[in-house]
Design a protein around this ligand. Sequence first.
Ligand code: XMP
Length: 506
Amino acid sequence: KVLILDFGSQYTQLIARRVRELNIYSEIHPFNKPPKNVDDYKAVILSGSPMSVRSEDAFHPDLSEIRGKKPMLAVCYGAQYLAHFSGGEVAESNTREYGRANLSFVEEDAFFNGISIGSQVWMSHSDTIKSLPTNGKLLASTHDVQNAAFKIEGETTYAIQFHPEVYHSKDGKQLLENFLVNIANVNPDWTPNAFVQETVEDLQAKLGDDKVVLGLSGGVDSSVAAMLLHKAIGKNLYCIFVNNGLLRKNEFSDVLEQYKGMGLNVKGVDASAHFLDALAGLSDPEKKRKAIGNAFIEVFDQEAHLIEDVKWLAQGTIYPDVIESVSATGGPSATIKSHHNVGGLPDYMKLKIVEPLRALFKDEVRRVGTSMGMDKDLLGRHPFPGPGLAIRILGDITAEKVRILQEVDAVFINGLRDAGLYDKVWQAGAILLPVNSVGVMGDERTYEKCVALRAVESTDGMTADWVNLPYEFLQKTSNDIINKVKGVNRVVYDISSKPPATIEWE
Ligand code: XMP
């Protein structure tokens, strides 16, 4: 495996993903909290950083355990770190060094195998390396950046000023492969199949004959986690799928059947009435979220208690939820997001936690699901918020409003599927607005609900843009909704990006 030491760059996760796309397992650790067993790692990559090496409180870890002992690739800040603290010089740059640049090679090196002169790379830095560190040997330059790539003689240490991990560095992946596979001799054997096999063995060793309970949500993560555990411990995995009454139309029964078809030991619990009661009269979004969270815990806890002698709670936590981040000051920071769907079970349940997807990014979860033969549609589902339609009905929740929104949402989502647009959209849904507007139907004036449609493209939900859906599609969808869904006489389309808007309306 490969160790990525993070200096706080916005691109660090991308480095990890690119490395993994080469079928090489990689882990991100903060530069100031490296793992204890560095020997387990075959190579080390230093990330970029928003920090300047010239700053008084520049990140300056002691890398003596790594440097010269293991193959090391230093990216951006990493390269400047090598130069600045080892006999070279870094200064403020007087030309802008952002965006595209083209490589020209100074020295032939296996590092550039398969990469041709002029290859486009992506720069993003304001300091520049004026002179190389001791034993540094220049490998490549660009028009504006003389010391764009260098190595340290007598070590397997390489440094580059540009970012091989970003998409715009056309040969970035080839470069990472050259370094990791050809130079550092790391074996590219971390495939989805290998992951499944290894994880199943680990789970078997860890869980033995213990019983495990898992909350299924219908989403990709909990479904793939369940399949892995099912492979490992079979009937000792007890899945609970709660209907909170705020799912999409027919979702509960459809997905429950699908889970059963996959051989899962799953119990469907219809608690719609309980959730509606808990939500009665609430219109503040955070209060609604809290009420739903609490109701879920009550229902789940009650169900889990029916399973005799259960020892473990399984969760679908994935890697972005657990990566420790480096704070701007490099302090001991480390904020870890809690998993918002199944968080905070009561202490008295005293269950140990097992998280088989902890090491995976979302796209890897999908690939692992595919390698286990899971259904393509299940794996390709849009994200759906834990509180479900409750945060898409602005204001208070009633059974009638849920019914209207489920109908509207079904027309929209099925329409997207029929038009072949579903997979081109990252997330889509409908929002029931707390306004009635006037309309005419036949000879009569109506005073009915208005719904907003939302479809966004995104990669992680942190930023998003609205999707330019074809007018013909919007026209047909609007007609279908108003004709088929009683109580709605107006449809609007949300054309706001995130930021400054958010994906959901609450
Ligand atoms: P926003 O609205 O913050 O949404 O742009 C970003 C992503 O998070 C989802 N979301 C939630 N998911 N519980 C969840 O499990 C929540 O309370 C919640 N709020 C928003 C949203 O659907 C989008 O994918």
